[in-house]
Each structure stands twice: as structure tokens, then as C-alpha cells.
Design a protein around this ligand. Sequence first.
Ligand SMILES: Nc1ncnc2c1ncn2[C@@H]1O[C@H](COP(=O)(O)OP(=O)(O)O)[C@@H](O)[C@H]1O
Ligand SMILES: O=C(O)C1=C[C@@H](OP(=O)(O)O)[C@@H](O)[C@H](O)C1
Ligand SMILES: [Mg+2]
Length: 195
Amino acid sequence: MTPAADLAGGASTAPEPAGVPGVDRPVCVLVGAPGAGKTTVGRLLAARLGVEFADTDEQIERAAGKPISDIFVDDGEEHFRSLERAAVAEALATRRGVLALGGGAVLAGATRELLLAHLVVYLSVELPDAAKRTGLSAARPLLAINPRATMRQLLAERRPLYEEVADVVVPTDRIDAEQVTETVLAALSDLRAQP
Ligand SMILES: Nc1ncnc2c1ncn2[C@@H]1O[C@H](COP(=O)(O)OP(=O)(O)O)[C@@H](O)[C@H]1O
Ligand SMILES: O=C(O)C1=C[C@@H](OP(=O)(O)O)[C@@H](O)[C@H](O)C1
Ligand SMILES: [Mg+2]
């Protein structure tokens, strides 16, 4: 039994049931603010589960042929958000492993609606760790101006949106990415054990 099939709760030779994480949709989808560790933990989690990893930011950059910071500068945030909505919808429909979204993906109501049909893990982070991990750097264009105040506001505004789409919340403050990965694995296992 592959780990993904294990999570799905069935033998890999059994007929594929409908609506099961890892079988006809991603094993799980990671959401949370910049610096929560979605990309890092997503990669570790996928490796532990023996499934593929995808990150919608990487898909957007590959398709555009340039970094997200350049998309913001050249084409503006609105254009980025429209690329992001399309990339997330496609990834949710086609990916079967672990999927990490960009921190702002949940701003789109259409995306939040799509997420209702998925197993969503919210990696939460508070300001001190979010600031430390992002270095409040220009690689994340939203944090280019007045980074600390912007991050504080972003965390406050988005928390309800992350909570709205989440099946499970995993706090990441003061623990490393490996420990976060272990906590997510335990949470997925608990969810599977629920009737
Ligand atoms: N739990 C953690 N503890 C310490 N550093 C972390 C943790 N998770 C991620 N990082 C580091 O923080 C930075 C941002 O992580 P990343 O995975 O890109 O976050 P996100 O995709 O949520 O914005 C990276 O340098 C990563 O190595
Ligand atoms: O929070 C946001 O609006 C964004 C987060 C980034 O992804 P991470 O959350 O992976 O850093 C990236 O999608 C873009 O810079 C916008
Ligand atoms: Mg990321």
C-alpha cells in the first residue's frame, strides 16, 4: 500500500472511491501566511508520504518565465491574482500529491469555494516567526514597503479566511519545519481515523 493509498484508507488494488484525498484530489492542500512554511513543509510532507509535491507559485513562475516579484512589478498584483486563481483551480483538479498555495490564494472567493471539497491544512504563524522566516525581503513583493506593519495587517486580515477553509490548523511558531511536518502527519492520521 502506498502512503497515499494508506491515507486514502484503502489498498492500492481496490477500486478508487470518489472524493478521497490522494486518489481523485490532492492528499492535502497547505494554506497560510508567507513564512508559515507551506513550501518547505509541503516538500518534506510529500517526501514522507512518497507522493509528488506541487506549489502553485512555482507553477505560475514557470508558466510566466519570470519570478513572482517581476510579475508584480511588470504586470501588477491584479494580474498575478488572476494567474493565481487559474493555477490553483488547475492544480486542485489535476494534482494528487501535496499541494502548497501562495499565502494570498485564499483572498479569492472562488478559490475558497473550491477548497471546500479538499483536505486543507492551515499552517498558522504569528508575527515574530513570520518576520524572521521571510526576512521581510523583497522576494515577497507585498512586503516590499513597510514590511513589518504590512505583515501584521496581512496576518490579521487573512486569519479568518485561512480558518474558513481549514480542516485542521497546525501552529508552526517556535518549532522547526521537520517538527511541523510530524505534526501535520499526525493530524492527517487523526482525520483519517475519524468516522
Ligand atoms: N517551522 C519553521 N521554522 C523555521 N524556519 C522555517 C520553518 N518553516 C519554514 N522555514 C523557513 O522559512 C522560510 C520561508 O519558508 P517557506 O516554506 O517559503 O514559507 P511559505 O511558503 O509559507 O511562504 C524558508 O527559508 C524556510 O526554510
Ligand atoms: O501572501 C501573498 O499574497 C503572497 C505570498 C507568496 O507566497 P508564499 O505565501 O509562499 O510566500 C506569493 O504567492 C506572492 O508573493 C504573494
Ligand atoms: Mg511558498
